[in-house]
Design a binder for this molecule. Sequence first.
Ligand SMILES: [Zn+2]
Ligand SMILES: [Zn+2]
Length: 359
Amino acid sequence: MFRKPEGIGTCPRTKGKQPMKAVVYRQSKGLVFEEVPDYPVTADEVLVKVANTGFCGSDHSLIAGGFLPDGYILGHEISGVVAEKGAAAGGPPVGTKVCIRPTYCGRCANCLGGRPHLCRVHRRTTGIGDLPGGFAEYVRVFPQMLIPIPVGVDSRNAALAETFAAALHAINCTGPETGSALVMGGGPIGLSAIRILKILGYGPIVLFEPVKAKREIALTCGADHVFDSGETDLDRHVTAIVQGGFQKIFECSGVTANVGRAVHLAADRGQVCIVSVMFKPLTLPDPYMINFKEVRLTASISNTHEENVQCLDWMASGKLDARPLISDLTSLERLPDVYRERVESGLAVKVLLQIGDEF
Ligand SMILES: [Zn+2]
Ligand SMILES: [Zn+2]
């Protein structure tokens, strides 16, 4: 998945610009604040001056798992302003406020078929693949990745549209029918899922989450019932509330045992969607339950352009507000400390970087 990021340490600086501030992954030290050369823009690229970047759960997984090359710049939840365009780059003009949908090669069947989130060929992925990401003052991207931000949406919300779009994508992967829903895990994607399930008319919406502060946010997002996932006899208690089990269950916690638990809590012909990306072997204690109830197991990754646009539209109309999810507003300089103190400890809900001018 990863190649050595281009543009770090090897490129000449763009005429007239200063070295830029960034948070870089170092294999020996983890995240470190550094100054790196900024990027020259090639003919088909666009330079975006970053306003805000969100710190995603997948950033944490990649750092903790040691999956990154030395010198890589993470960050894929980005809002900013188009600052410079290559001679042949299309897309919105300089000065446009944009957020970034990070994956696009433009050549593979998935990109050409409108599924750029599944792109694997010539992978060009900002902040989570081969292109350096938004933990920096600038990002260089392809114009097809840009989504203009509608009037009325601020840069903090816009940076987090991608988080909500990931939740919307998971819900869309389970089809259009609504009903009872269980969300396992109240991190940013789980909380986003609760908000969107509410907008889409699902109910009752239930959350399992061990951290009290996250359960409280879930209630403001639209959850009907919230439970500590470790509560004794919880599954029996919940099936008394939602008789017959849940129509849809979204596993957003990364706890592998939750998949088997979800199969037990699903209704006949219910769906279990694995949203968290798991890197450990998965055991299903009672696989026959999948047959007996005809449980449909599915999974989701990332999101589409259209889902980002939908979330931005909901933000513009006031239905969606990402800001209650932001537990930590910080700077590039402070991010390595915030990561160690707040993300590794699981205390932060959503860390958002203030990098350039916010809007
Ligand atoms: Zn993300
Ligand atoms: Zn592609």
